[in-house]
Design a protein around this ligand. Structure first.
Ligand SMILES: [Mg+2]
Length: 391
């Protein structure tokens, strides 16, 4: 089998009317890189990577008239990776991944306005498309290809964002709605207000939902170490399943380790680790118990499997960030796979809501992976035309 063509499509959704805030920043517009790899045997692989791993210049630029021009990761796929990929057997994933990764050594990226985040996002999109081809050529879902036997994957819902005018009572109602949807694990944002105010928010949710529901807390790197330790101690009586990214980005290993050793709450991190070496530091030195490596933000499935191997040695669980339609396959396949992240509505995750004409459903808090080859998803061509720009 040989690769005959590669497409890269920059998808953009506008920011929601009422912004969702995490500790330090609002969730802005949403973007996604779609990669389609065509072969001489009629199999097409679909890959996705999301834009937050590719900050400025991101996967697109707007000109002064607001028109979108593909840039960053999607341009890298077409200008740099496509010539490398044409003619290769797409099933040689390790070889291809290694060739792509070596581009990080190249000078000239920064002069083109691109950096490693964009390269790693481009690699993610290509790698995920290659795994789709591998599954389709074997007529197996990826989770089966990886050795998994179940297609039902536990999932949690992420909510509890800060929004203008939102009260504690609104937050409690929001969480009760997730229980009505069938979820039994909820992740809430903290760190945008004082530790005392956040404690009141989370305590109200715990008191309303009882002790049978898992609550996780996500700080999105919002605290310094001392505040993180204080918050962790304060939240301990509320029976928290994990505390996520509690400290600022610049102290996310040694500082994180101090937090981890000061609390009984398990520490989660890894969505911001762009490769296995940064993941290794979190596992060996950061004191994490839950790894959230995001292969759709950076590096792809090939790298995620290496991270997962390190996790298994150190008794760290894998709960990947975002994109359950992809990460569900890994969690289903691996014994250390714990749970995947989902969002309750198109406001917060328009990609899940709109991008696919076929995708798995969430039933009673479990993602039901489809018994279809590859990732088992089909893209909605109308949405590609409406939201996408081909590089
Ligand atoms: Mg997070």
């Amino acid at each position: 089998m040989k690769i005959t063509d590669v497409e890269a499509i920059a998808m953009v959704w506008p920011a929601p009317q009422k912004q969702f805030w995490t500790a330090l920043r609002p969730a802005g517009g949403f973007s996604e890189l779609i990669v389609r790899i065509h072969t001489d045997q009629g199999i097409t692989g679909v890959g996705e990577a999301h834009g937050s791993g590719a900050p400025f210049p991101g996967i697109y630029k707007r000109d002064n008239n607001g028109k979108i021009h593909p840039d960053g990761a999607s341009r890298i796929v077409i200008d740099i990776l496509k010539p490398m990929l044409i003619g290769q057997d797409p099933r040689n994933i390790e070889k291809i991944w290694d060739e792509m990764f070596k581009l990080n050594h190249s000078v000239g990226w920064t002069t083109a306005g691109w950096g490693r985040p964009q390269i790693m996002t481009a690699i993610a999109g290509v790698d995920i498309a290659l795994w789709d081809i591998k599954g389709k050529s074997a007529s197996m879902p990826v989770y089966q290809l990886l050795g998994g036997t179940t297609n039902k994957v536990p999932c949690y819902v992420t909510g509890g964002y800060y929004q203008e005018g939102k009260t504690i009572s609104d937050l409690v109602k929001e969480c009760e709605s997730y229980i009505d949807m069938g979820y039994s694990a909820i992740k809430l944002k903290i760190g945008h207000v004082s530790v005392e105010e956040d404690f009141d928010r989370i305590r109200a949710v715990r008191e309303s939902l009882g002790n049978q529901i898992d609550l996780m807390l996500d700080v999105n790197e919002g605290y310094d170490v001392e505040t993180a330790i204080k918050a962790a101690k304060k939240m301990e009586p509320l029976d928290i399943r994990w505390l996520e990214e509690p400290v600022h980005w610049y102290d996310c290993v040694e500082g994180l380790s101090r937090v981890a050793s000061s609390t009984i709450i398990p520490i989660a991190s890894g969505e911001s680790a762009s490769n296995r070496w940064l993941a290794r530091d979190l596992i060996l030195r950061g004191g994490i118990q839950v790894m959230q490596f995001d292969s759709t933000r950076s590096a792809g499935i090939t790298e995620c499997l290496k991270v997962a191997s390190m996790c298994s040695i150190q008794n760290v669980k894998l709960a990947p960030h975002h994109d359950p339609q992809i990460h569900g396959h890994i969690v289903a396949a691996l014994p250390i796979g714990e749970i995947v992240e989902t969002f309750p509505s198109g406001d917060r995750d328009p990609i899940w809501e709109e991008l696919f004409s076929i995708r798995p459903e969430i039933v009673d808090g479990k993602l039901q992976l489809l018994d279809k080859p590859g990732w088992g998803v089909e893209l909605d061509e109308d949405i590609l035309e409406k939201r996408g720009t081909w590089a």
